[in-house]
Write a protein that binds this ligand. Structure first.
Ligand code: SAH
Length: 204
């Protein structure tokens, strides 16, 4: 079923072999509620805890491909959710720092990582709008919730040459890639439209 899913992603344009291998290896059915288990290898999103969703496999693959990951890099993920995207990043042999603002999901997924032997560098309960200044700068940053605008803190926490992939918009989001070309300059490229749950700001 995982090979079939990888083929569906290839047919939809995903070409990065390492990303496809990660999809072939990761047991996505364990990241979702058992009532959806039978559908885990379809290109579908499913509800997880706290009214959130696990992203479509195509979305995960598309964002990861845009990151152009190299082993050993330091990667910040905003929106841990089910942890599936985190697992894909870990398969690419990077150091992952992942931030989640829903306490229930943070706790649940943190336990799940331990049970499964997935080892992100840090799983943080916090507000992704702020990034993770203590651990900055990052080679790569991925945001897995729809942001109305690009958070300034995330751009600031990117290394020169670093890449930030973020869906921007309200009802629908445009997948957007920022590359920090110099200390002060960023290039911006827009890709297709997607639908994410919103990137929410903490009310504290
Ligand atoms: N990568 C996850 C996507 C989950 S959906 C997966 O495939 O399972 C997006 C996640 O972003 C949700 O878990 C949501 O709670 C989280 N989120 C929303 N706003 C956030 C914020 N400001 N900081 C951190 N996480 C946030």
């Amino acid at each position: 079923m995982r090979n079939h899913l990888a083929q569906v992603l290839i047919d939809k344009g995903i070409a990065d072999k390492k990303v496809l291998d990660a999809v072939r290896e990761i047991p996505r059915h364990l990241f979702i509620d058992s009532s959806f288990e039978g559908h885990a290898y379809q290109n579908k999103a499913f509800p997880i805890a706290a009214n959130q969703t696990i992203s479509h496999p195509f979305t995960v693959a598309f964002q990861t491909e845009l990151l152009e990951i190299e082993p050993g890099q330091k990667v910040l993920e905003i929106g841990t959710g089910s942890g599936y995207q985190t697992a894909v990043l870990l398969k690419l042999k990077v150091k992952v720092y992942t931030v989640e603002r829903q306490l229930e999901l943070f706790k649940k997924t943190n336990l799940f990582f331990k049970k499964m032997g997935y080892r992100p560098k840090q799983v943080i309960f916090g507000d992704g709008y702020k990034g993770l200044p203590k651990e900055a700068p990052f080679d790569r940053i991925i945001v897995t919730a729809g942001a109305p605008v690009v958070p300034k803190a995330l751009l600031a926490q990117l290394k020169v040459g670093g890449r930030l992939v973020i869906p921007i918009g309200f009802e629908e989001q445009i997948m957007t890639l920022f590359v920090r070309t110099t200390e002060k300059e960023f290039s911006k490229t827009e890709y297709g439209s997607f639908r994410f749950v919103p990137l929410l700001e903490n009310k504290n």
